[in-house]
Write a protein that binds this ligand. Structure first.
Ligand code: ADP
Ligand code: MG
Length: 362
């Protein structure tokens, strides 16, 4: 087992005008489950492939433990990768698929059999060992791909959207299984997904990428409570955080018809940047419904979930109108078409610079 370090690792594809991954700095602890997340094209697969040795590194370095692997071929890195499409050999049985890398490495038959059987037991695949991949369900194939990685007992697991070919329900249950398995095995894992819910539920820590640039690395809890910038604020959380551009007033911001207090540091930082507004983030669960004041919302859609509900509405804004999502108690769900006044809880708001997007509040 080992830690993994991206030390300003950069990948510029031939003919590209800007790096697909730009000076990535990331330290993953021994045994940690780190999830790389971001929208399509942000450089997740490229980062993982650089770590695997499948992609050249054009600047910086990559280390596994204290070994500099930047220019080592994939086979010398002691990693195992699980791909989105599983890449199983169709003509081989499940057992042979799982044991293939060990066979190539010259291990004896009895050892291979034992390791394959151990992994099969962990993954609930024992009864399928003699089948061919085509006689398996998607979820079973996914587990064979996992098994193939596990039998090698690598220093690092790499997984690139391994659940994206499963249906929604199976994806949720498999997510839990993979996280539990990783915890049992204690093998350092870098897991790539575009799905922020997957990232938040699986990772010890989450790293958010955008346009090849690392935005924030944090525990899921901190990522939710203290997003570092507007991008992370809007990307993490479902339904997404409401982001409202509001004018700065004395000691606070003018939030609809109310003044919401904001720390002096945040206001000073905004003024220093020459901004007359800040962008305030409010999660749907951090609004209180009021008789008057605050934002006036016209309710468009109400999603009743029993214990609570989500109200989707619009509020007048500088440029036309703005969508707002509010969580309300299950017994206080408003009528569609009605008007609602909501005020953010001052202690729960997030303040961002309108011009740079950086977080200004603590
Ligand atoms: N082999 C390649 N050659 C040139 N550009 C590539 C190649 N692979 C990926 N890219 C570009 O690099 C960027 C990052 O891609 P990728 O790492 O696959 O993103 P993600 O996995 O986050 O969707 C994208 O703009 C993509 O078009
Ligand atoms: Mg990808």
């Amino acid at each position: 087992m080992a830690s993994v370090t991206f030390d300003k690792a950069t990948r510029l594809y031939p003919g590209g005008d800007k790096p697909a991954v730009d000076q990535l700095e990331l330290e993953i602890e021994d045994g940690e489950f780190l999830v790389l997340v971001g929208p399509s094209g942000c450089g997740k697969s490229t980062s993982l492939r650089m770590l695997a040795g499948l992609e050249d590194v054009n600047g910086g370095a990559i280390r596994i433990g204290d070994r500099d692997v930047t220019h080592l071929p994939p086979k010398d890195r002691d990693i195992a990768m699980v791909f989105q499409n599983y890449a199983l050999y169709p003509h081989m049985s499940v057992a042979d698929n799982m044991g293939f890398a060990l066979k190539i490495a010259g291990e004896d038959k009895a050892t291979i059999r034992r390791k394959v059987e151990d992994a099969a037991k962990m993954l609930d695949l024992t009864q399928y060992l003699d089948r061919k991949p085509k006689a398996l369900s998607g979820g079973q194939r996914q587990r064979v791909a996992m098994g193939r990685a596990i039998v090698r007992k690598p220093q690092v697991f790499l997984m690139d959207e391994p659940l994206s070919n499963l249906d929604a329900k199976l994806r949720v249950s498999t997510r839990t299984q993979i996280a539990a398995l990783q915890r049992d095995l204690g093998i350092t894992t870098v897991y790539v997904t575009h799905d922020q819910v997957e990232a938040m539920t699986m990772g010890d820590r989450v790293a958010v990428l955008k346009d090849g640039l690392l935005q924030q690395v944090d525990t899921p809890r901190n990522m939710y409570d203290r997003p570092a910038n507007l991008f992370v604020a809007g990307f993490i959380g479902s339904p997404a955080m409401n982001l409202v551009e509001v004018p700065i007033t004395d000691g606070g911001v003018k939030f609809g018809d109310s003044v919401v207090p904001v720390s002096r540091e945040a206001l000073t930082a905004a003024a220093d940047a020459g901004d007359r507004t800040v962008t305030v983030g409010v999660r749907p669960e951090h609004f209180d419904v009021a008789d008057s004041g605050g934002l006036t919302i016209t309710v468009n859609v109400v999603e009743e979930l029993g214990a609570d509900g989500y109200v989707y509405g619009v509020t007048p804004a500088e440029k036309g109108s703005q969508d707002i999502v509010v969580r309300v108690g299950g017994r206080q769900v408003p009528e569609k078409g009605s008007t609602l006044h909501v005020v953010p809880r001052p202690a729960e708001i997030h303040v961002f610079s309108t011009s740079s997007g950086a977080r200004l509040s603590d």
